[in-house]
Design a protein around this ligand. Structure first.
Ligand code: UT7
Length: 330
């Protein structure tokens, strides 16, 4: 397939990470685990955990403000704010509206998008469509995840895996050279129970029973999720590469979702991309759900690993199930 001309580009990025570092040894004093188990099964050494009262909106505001400043965008110029979060500060209204108010983006429409770990990549595609249709000139796509507030700190099989963080990007119409070349996204609601928070909604209201059984907190069938993640990220990467008219050999940098180093290695191997070309920060932050990719992208740019004319591949997977991949040129 011929490489398509990009219509929308990622103009700038930003990130926010709470300063509090929690190591694997710190967690070993909370649950029955070891640094050795966590590192060998996941590649995670430490993660950031914010204070209980740190809001997802405040984290998102800081990441978004940095991206806007780098893009040279004023608050009033933003036309759309898409916020991916699995940890909204409240059920109604959206965290996106809180971020809009904090930033003073008074000319924007703002809404939350719930696609778990895949949310930022989904959001980029939604914003791309909005800009491509000519509905606006500037889009803000934010992922903000306060995972520590929804973890079961008595469940060693999940609480060691996640961390808090936020990443954001400003999207603008492309000059025809830089920008998004392809994207492939899918979901499978039949497998919802593999990774979920059962209580707190209409289906299972938050009552004493739910609280006692910790049903309001995140539950995961790790092994099943692992298998699905490897398969789905590989398949999505394939489809996105095909759509972009490229192969793994053409990719200069892969920025995958950061859930587990073994999932990252398997996805890169399948796509034919050597690990030297894969950006990894799961060791420092754990799984920040949908904030993983924009934080990694922002760090890769800051470290000089993203240079003009590069082809970048991102792939993601999360609850839903949801998954996807995107290829873009810098
Ligand atoms: O962002 C997308 C969502 N999340 C993911 O993508 C995560 C996907 N899953 C994974 O990354 C892996 O499945 C895990 C890291 C969660 C688990 O690794 P695993 O190699 O699949 O281990 P396992 O589930 O097969 O568990 C092996 C053993 C179990 O003990 P038994 O039953 O074999 O005696 C667990 O009880 O490890 C035990 N275990 C632990 N031991 C020490 C589970 N958690 C821990 C722990 N410390 N924290």
């Amino acid at each position: 397939m011929k490489t398509p001309e990009p219509i929308v580009e990622i103009a700038a990025t930003g990130r926010y990470l709470p300063s509090n570092v929690v190591t694997n040894d710190d967690l070993a004093s909370v649950v029955d685990t070891t640094d050795e188990w966590i590192q060998s099964r996941t590649g995670i050494r430490e993660r950031r955990i914010g204070p209980d009262d740190l809001l997802a909106a405040e984290m998102g505001r800081q990441a978004a403000a940095q991206a806007m400043e780098r893009a040279g965008v004023e608050a009033g110029e933003v036309d759309i704010i898409v916020v991916s979060t699995a940890t909204p500060d409240r059920w109604l209204p959206s965290t996106a509206c809180d971020i809009q108010a904090l930033l003073g983006c008074d000319n924007a429409l703002a809404f939350d998008l719930q696609a778990a770990c895949s949310g930022w990549l989904y959001g980029v595609t939604m914003a791309e469509g909005f800009l491509a249709a000519g509905r606006g000139e500037v889009a803000l796509v934010v992922a903000t995840e306060k995972m520590s507030n929804i973890l079961d700190w008595t469940d060693r099989s999940t609480c060691v895996l996640f961390g808090d963080g936020s990443g954001a990007a400003v999207l603008r119409p492309s000059d025809g050279q830089r920008g998004i070349l392809s994207a492939h996204h899918r979901s499978d609601g039949h497998l919802a129970e593999l990774l979920h928070r059962p209580a707190g909604g209409v289906r299972q209201p938050l009552d004493d029973t739910a609280l006692q059984s910790h049903d309001h907190l995140l539950k995961m069938s790790g092994r099943e999720i692992f298998k699905n993640a490897v398969r789905s990220m590989a398949e999505a990467s394939d489809k996105a590469l095909q759509q972009a008219g490229l192969t793994g050999d053409d990719i200069d940098l892969m920025i995958p979702h950061q859930a587990n180093i073994r999932i990252i290695e398997a996805t890169a191997k399948y796509a034919g991309i050597p690990m030297e070309k894969v950006y990894v920060n799961v060791d420092r932050y754990g799984n920040m759900s949908s904030a993983s990719i924009p934080v990694a992208l922002d760090e890769a740019i800051e470290e000089g690993r993203v240079r003009p004319g590069m082809n970048i591949l991102s792939a993601t997977f999360g609850a839903g199930l949801t998954w996807g991949a995107m290829v873009w040129r810098t």
